[in-house]
Each structure stands twice: as C-alpha cells, then as structure tokens.
Design a protein around this ligand. Structure first.
Ligand SMILES: NC(=O)c1ccc[n+]([C@@H]2O[C@H](COP(=O)([O-])OP(=O)(O)OC[C@H]3O[C@@H](n4cnc5c(N)ncnc54)[C@H](OP(=O)(O)O)[C@@H]3O)[C@@H](O)[C@H]2O)c1
Length: 247
C-alpha cells in the first residue's frame, strides 16, 4: 500500500481475543481512513473482507519479541491513534481462579501475573517511542473491575485480582511518565463488563439477565468512549458505561 506511511493507524494487541477481534471488525466498518494493525501469537484466521483491510503481525509476547514487533511498526511511528491491549487469562487447562486460600499455587499465580500484568506492561513501556508525537493517541489496556482494591467486597480470585490491580498500578505510573515524554497519549485501564468470550465461559451461569455482553457491544462501547476521551496526562479507570471505577 503506497500511502501507508501517511496514514494513521489503530493497533490491536491480542487480536485473537474475543474482545480484540470484535474491535477489529468494528474498525474495519467504521474507520476506513486508518490502517488496522493486529498483533497476535498466531496468524489470525480472518475472513476475506477483513484480511484485505487488516495488517497482521505475530509475536510470542517475549521481551525480545515485543521489541522486535515495535521495530516493525516504524512506518506508523507518530501515527498511531488507538492502542488496545487485550491479552489476559482467567483460566487455562491447568489454572482455575482460586476460591479459597488452599487453592493458591506459586506456578499458577506467576503465570497469571506474567500474562495479565507483565506482558501488557512490556507493551506499555516498549511502545512509548512509537506513540510520541502530535497525533492524539488513546491506549486502552483491558483491566477488570475486580482489580479495584477499594471495590473488593467479595474476595476470591486472588491471582486474577492481584494481576489486574498490579496492571492498574502500572497504567497509573506509566501515565506520569507518558505525560512527560509522550503527552499526546491518554492511558486507560478499561473494564469491559462480563463479555461472552472464552475467558468468561465457565463463569457465565451467575451473570444476571442482561449483564452478559456480546463482544461486539463492548467493542462499540470501547471505541465510542475512547474517541471522546480528553488527552489529559492522567490515567483513567473506566467501565463499559464510561463510569469511573475507584482504584
Ligand atoms: N470476557 C470478560 O468477561 C472480561 C471481563 C473483564 C476483563 N476482561 C479482560 O479483557 C481482556 C480480553 O478478554 P477476552 O474475554 O477477549 O479473552 P479471550 O477471548 O480469552 O482472549 C484472551 C487473549 O489473551 C491472550 N492470551 C491467552 N493466553 C495467553 C498466554 N498463555 N500467553 C499470552 N497471551 C495469552 C491471547 O491473545 P492472542 O491469541 O491474540 O495472542 C488471547 O486471545 C483480558 O485482559 C481480560 O482479562 C474480560
């Protein structure tokens, strides 16, 4: 594409996620003026109409892999207007969110922290030089309301809660450095609500009627909310209704 270097871009990291995939579909329909850059661990299986519009990148989410991927984004440096970091785990074949003290294990907790906190943190830090410039940019990291320390009334899910609380702290801290070094970037820790994806599947039974959102609904909310957000040099912790969550 000969005009790539002049075009603005949206960058979706964790493009294989239910929410990230839905954001990409929305962007294809709603934002023909910008490139769509999709990063995932595996080449995404996109239908033809999306494949023509989406530039895909694979990354193993290692430190070296993230650095290398950010290098590949050089043609879009200073032109990226939206970043969505949508990686995360709640359960795997071997990991279950803890219900009680005895469920906690070092290996599971470290793995949840690696995926939910360390990987998004590496993206936040490594992308800094790619985002600075005059293009206003909103960078949303998928957090969760259960990461709020002040809003924790139910307990349980030690590792997932801790991983999202730590992620929130990284977002808040990074916003201070971004305000100095890349003041055109707004950082957001975003709670999408309970969304009908693989991540929430085993836990959907107790979700109240009308509170299990489709990924497409959340993608619309995320894009609408982010486009209206002032770039104010501070981090925001927002839910799908644009309500502020207390840290
Ligand atoms: N669904 C919900 O109800 C809900 C609620 C609150 C918060 N969230 C947050 O929203 C984000 C997206 O959730 P989702 O529901 O769309 O989840 P999802 O469909 O299960 O996707 C999660 C993504 O995380 C990445 N990932 C999974 N395992 C990984 C591993 N071992 N190492 C590195 N990356 C891995 C993958 O990205 P790639 O395959 O693209 O590499 C995967 O597509 C997560 O951070 C989640 O915590 C979701």
């Amino acid at each position: 594409m000969s005009t790539t270097q002049q075009r603005q871009a949206n960058l979706i990291i964790g493009a294989g996620s239910g929410i990230g995939g839905a954001v990409i579909k929305r962007l294809v329909d709603d934002q023909p003026d910008a490139d769509i850059l999709a990063v995932s661990r595996h080449p995404p299986m996109l239908p033809d109409e999306l494949a023509q519009r989406v530039q895909t990148f694979t990354c193993d989410y290692s430190e070296a892999g993230i650095k290398d991927l950010v290098q590949q984004l050089t043609p879009w440096y200073g032109q990226i207007r939206l970043v969505v970091i949508s990686t995360g785990v709640l359960h795997t074949d071997t990991i279950r969110p803890e219900k009680r003290a005895e469920d906690l294990s070092m290996s599971s907790m470290l793995e949840v922290l690696r995926i939910n906190t360390v990987i998004p943190s590496l993206w936040l830090m490594t992308l800094l030089p790619a985002l600075g410039g005059s293009t206003p940019c909103r960078m949303l990291t998928l957090s969760a309301r259960v990461g709020s320390i002040s809003d924790n009334h139910k307990g349980g899910w030690y590792s997932y809660r801790a991983s999202k609380a730590a992620l929130n702290m990284v977002v808040k801290t990074a916003a201070i450095e971004y305000a100095r070094r890349a003041p055109n970037v707004k950082l957001v820790a975003f709670h999408p609500g309970t969304v009908d994806t693989a991540l929430s599947k085993p836990f959907q039974r107790n979700v109240p009627e009308g509170k299990l959102f489709s990924a497409d609904f959340v993608a619309e909310r995320l894009l609408t909310i982010s486009s209206d957000l002032p770039v104010d040099g501070d981090a925001s912790y927002l839910d799908w209704a644009a309500e502020t969550i207390s840290w």
